[in-house]
Design a protein around this ligand. Sequence first.
Ligand code: MN3
Length: 200
Amino acid sequence: MFELPPLPYDYNALEPHVDEATMIVHHDKHHQGYTDKLNKALEGHDDLQSKSIEELLTGLDSLPDEVKGGVRNNGGGYFNHLIFWNSMSPDGGGELEGALSEAINEAFGDFNSFKEQFSAAAGTLFGSGWTWLVKDSSGKLSIMTTPNQDCPLSKGLKPLLALDVWEHAYYLKYQNRRPEFIEAWWNVVNWKEAEKRYSS
Ligand code: MN3
């Protein structure tokens, strides 16, 4: 059974950039819903229940047809939100230092170019989905978007930073103003966590 961990900070800790009401419904309802449906999808598959969520999503293509859709959508929803909560911190924002900073400069020119490209990808993603900073097996960084709850792990890529741009992530506070949400989000980005994921 997969369990929903509590948020790594209080529901109101990211105010005013991400509001408390959104965090409550996003974590307690949406993320809980993906967790419950993932467990439901794995019922009767003891061999799969013993795997980690990373193993399930990395090996998505080899799963039996009757569970593949459930793991893709709800396993993706379960894992992606764990990355998302940890991509934010009340002590976040600012600029980046260290090895990840150097890799970002190498891949995107400089930090501001990276931010612009990431924001543009998030702002223009059509429909519901995610924007990611990912690392490939050679260590190279890129920005990617995924539709619905698709996860970079299923494409062999390691997520370092996740931004949820489903409307449920911002609509209560920002309504249709997704670019405002994205701009505010940079104030809470947890660079320490991204750096840790990059270096591990
Ligand atoms: Mn969400």
